[in-house]
Design a protein around this ligand. Structure first.
Ligand code: CTP
Length: 429
């Protein structure tokens, strides 16, 4: 596969200018610089990717600091593996790290790293398609380094690990593999598929912290092809090897498949930004699992508060809320609104998916109309119309909402005369 022309043409001129400048600075410091990782793979596939990962044979931190100073960009403190993140308005973000080799003390632990040359750095990576580099060095700018034959695997769409212990060393690669398989429609090459199966049988993923599993599942949920990723997770029984609570029933898988369409429908009916799609996808792991399993998974993954609420709702409340919604119809706008307004948006879409046609229509009417109905009069204005301050103001606001939703109060004047009537009858009694 030829990369030269693609590389030149796909990246905008400003990015080339930036990369060439890094290459020249690196040469001046006596180092060598490479573009590495996902962006090389995506350039070759002709897919957009803006994550510039740079590997330096040399002191990466020194190069990053010098480059930050020269370009007036901000540099974050290096991560535990020495990656320096640079940020600037001119070029967005840039990750600069030293080329390194890795060794694993124990399966699933974070690696020990030692400085190494680019060849060894590529060998420590997950899949051959992610183990290619493009030279940024003057004189060989744009030349592809592909010692592990990633380009050969890219063509037929194969995911191939670089050695037999890859999944055992870093079991998160199993979830990364599912992610790339779903995103690109790739399959595991035969040997890799056997190693993957062994990783599932021996539950390698159990050796990884729940926090890291959460990070990977979040990335999966952010994929455009999340539904496809879930099908693959189920087919390979990946998550069940961590905890049976992650099991995929037929219902749950069907539910996941229907979510895609529901997200489109919500996109048309709900206000912009109403739900965060990835959270809705993430909640699929919890759909209908019940309280006990849910509490276990929430604790294991150490979910942040907002997400915990959504997942718990989907695990526990979904089954309780659906029959309550089934007992209502469009003549009960207020009751439907009360029921649905307590549901987190990413839970509501699961209710939509789980419901029948009638429930789905109620939810859409809620999203399009009922959700937006509010009394025009404020609490202060209600007091101004003669109602004594106190809890009765809240009760009147609620009554106005109810009457508006049943079409009995249409205008501000209707609301005001209703409030005056209530204030009058309160005085009389
Ligand atoms: N990598 C690896 N093993 C991991 C994580 C990362 O070998 N467990 C290597 C791969 O070479 C990968 C690179 O580090 O390409 C950058 O990692 P990351 O940004 O997570 O992956 P991308 O391949 O860029 O994936 P994405 O497109 O999803 O960002």
């Amino acid at each position: 596969m030829k990369i030269g022309r693609t590389f030149r043409k796909t990246l905008p001129p400003a990015t080339h200018e930036l990369l060439r400048a890094i290459g020249m600075l690196s040469r001046d410091l006596g180092y060598r610089a490479y573009l590495v990782g996902g962006i090389v793979r995506d350039l070759m596939l002709g897919r957009e990717n803006v994550d510039l990962d740079i590997a330096i044979e040399g002191d990466a931190e020194r190069l990053a600091r010098t480059f930050a100073r020269k370009t007036g960009s901000r540099m974050h403190s290096p991560t535990r593996f020495g990656t320096c993140k640079l940020e600037s308005k001119a070029f967005g973000t840039l990750d600069i790290a030293a080329t390194r080799g890795e060794s694993y003390r124990a399966s699933g632990a974070l690696p020990n790293v030692v400085p190494a040359q680019i060849g060894e750095d590529l060998c420590r990576r997950d899949f051959s398609i992610n183990a290619m580099a493009l030279s940024l060095n003057p004189g060989s700018y744009g030349r592809l380094l592909d010692p592990l034959k990633g380009a050969v695997d890219l063509k037929p769409g194969k995911l191939r690990v670089l050695h037999a212990h890859s999944f055992e060393d870093d079991p998160t690669r199993m979830l990364r593999g599912i992610r790339f398989a779903a995103r690109y429609g790739f399959t595991f090459e035969r040997g890799t598929s056997l190693l993957f199966g062994e990783g599932v049988d021996r539950a390698f993923l159990k050796r990884v912290s729940g926090k890291r599993i959460f990070t990977e599942l979040k990335l999966l949920s952010r994929e455009q092809e999340a539904a496809r990723a879930f099908v693959l997770l189920r087919r390979h029984k990946v998550l069940e090897s961590i905890d049976p609570a992650f099991g995929w029933s037929e219902w749950k898988l069907k539910h996941a498949r229907r979510l895609e369409k529901a997200i489109d429908v919500f996109g048309e009916s709900a206000p912009t930004g109403f739900l965060e799609e990835w959270r809705a996808w993430f909640a699929v792991f919890f759909a209908g699992v019940g309280r006990r399993k849910c509490d276990r998974l929430v604790a294991y993954l150490n979910l942040p508060k907002e997400l915990r609420k959504i997942c718990t709702w989907t695990a526990v409340e979904l089954r309780r809320t659906l029959p309550r919604l089934e007992r209502l119809d469009s003549s009960r706008a207020y009751r439907v609104t009360k029921l649905l307004s307590d549901v987190p948006p990413e839970g509501l879409i699961h209710l939509y998916v789980a419901g029948g046609r009638r429930e789905r229509n109620l939810i859409l009417t809620y999203l399009n109309d009922w959700m937006h109905v509010r009394p025009v009069l404020t609490g202060g204005q209600i007091v101004g119309l003669g109602v004594a301050r106190g809890p009765q103001v809240g009760r009147i606001i609620e009554s106005i909402l109810k009457l508006k939703l049943s079409g009995k109060l249409l205008t501000r004047a209707d609301e005001a005369s209703y409030v005056r009537r209530r204030a009058g009858s309160a005085r009389e009694s």
